[in-house]
Design a protein around this ligand. Structure first.
Ligand SMILES: Nc1ncnc2c1ncn2[C@@H]1O[C@H](COP(=O)(O)OP(=O)(O)O)[C@@H](O)[C@H]1O
Ligand SMILES: [Mg+2]
Length: 234
């Protein structure tokens, strides 16, 4: 799917956490290439380093060794301030817990990432409305997170992740707290969004069936990619 342009390249990524006197070697040399428009599913049991990898790919954490290039930029050469600006412009995040702000409406939550940019209030409202429409929540604009279902909250989180039109969207078990049917709907939404806009998604998921629908599935074990499979989507 998509072009053959490489949007993300991870080279020999290691991560060592220092826990008191102990070192925990979580990532032990991950190499990964993701092309524009690809959906990559990251699988593997709990505790093998999936979230750690996603955080590093998303530039939220620095690797102990190795490099990440995103959109032809060697991101960890940036200082924190430039890195934060790059991250805001380039990457959208969806986490297992939605992290929506409880005192704000769905519309305001989606607008939030746009408030740091130079857009007018009207432009922000229009874009947030369009995104909420796209995720099927036109009828929930004024609801606060506490007034939404789990699946709806995750849809708001997806809309928020897309607010700044990121090239790359990272999702860490976005349906981890949802029941099977709601989880299926959320995944369908993510897939549709990716296909429609040729957007690149990297999704950590436990659901094997859904992983099979990705363009590429990687399996992590003990800090390494032990299996990489390209799926032919018809
Ligand atoms: N900030 C941290 N400090 C120390 N150890 C950590 C930290 N973050 C994750 N780990 C450890 O790294 C390992 C992998 O964690 P994680 O990436 O969350 O795995 P997964 O997402 O695959 O379940 C676990 O053993 C976890 O305890
Ligand atoms: Mg995790």
């Amino acid at each position: 799917m998509g072009s053959n342009r490489i949007i993300l390249r991870a080279r020999n990524v290691h991560k060592v956490f220092q826990l008191g006197k102990n070192k925990v070697h979580v990532l032990k040399g991950v190499d990964l290439e993701v092309t524009e428009g690809q959906i990559v599913a990251v699988t593997g049991p709990s505790g093998v380093g999936k979230s750690t990898l996603l955080h590093i790919l998303g530039t939220l954490d620095r690797p102990s060794r190795g490099t990440i290039e995103i959109d032809d930029t060697n991101v960890f050469e940036f200082d924190e301030k430039r890195l934060a600006r790059f991250r805001n412009r380039t990457i959208g995040f969806v986490f297992q817990f939605h992290h929506l702000l409880p005192e704000f409406t769905a519309l305001e939550n989606v607008m939030m990432p746009g408030l740091i940019g130079g857009q007018t209030q009207d432009e922000l409202v229009n874009r947030a409305q369009a995104l909420l429409h796209e995720v099927g929540l036109s009828h929930r604009l004024g609801h606060r997170p506490g007034e939404l279902s789990g699946g709806e909250m995750q849809r708001v989180a997806v809309a928020r992740a897309l607010m700044l039109d990121p090239k790359l969207v990272l999702a860490d078990e976005p349906s981890g707290n949802l029941d099977q049917a709601t989880s299926q709907l959320l995944h369908e939404l993510l897939w549709n969004l990716s296909r429609k806009h040729n957007r690149t998604f990297i999704i950590v998921t436990h659901n094997r069936e859904l992983a099979e629908e990705a363009d590429k599935v990687i399996e992590i074990s003990d800090g390494r990619i032990i299996k990489e499979q390209l799926n032919q989507i018809v």
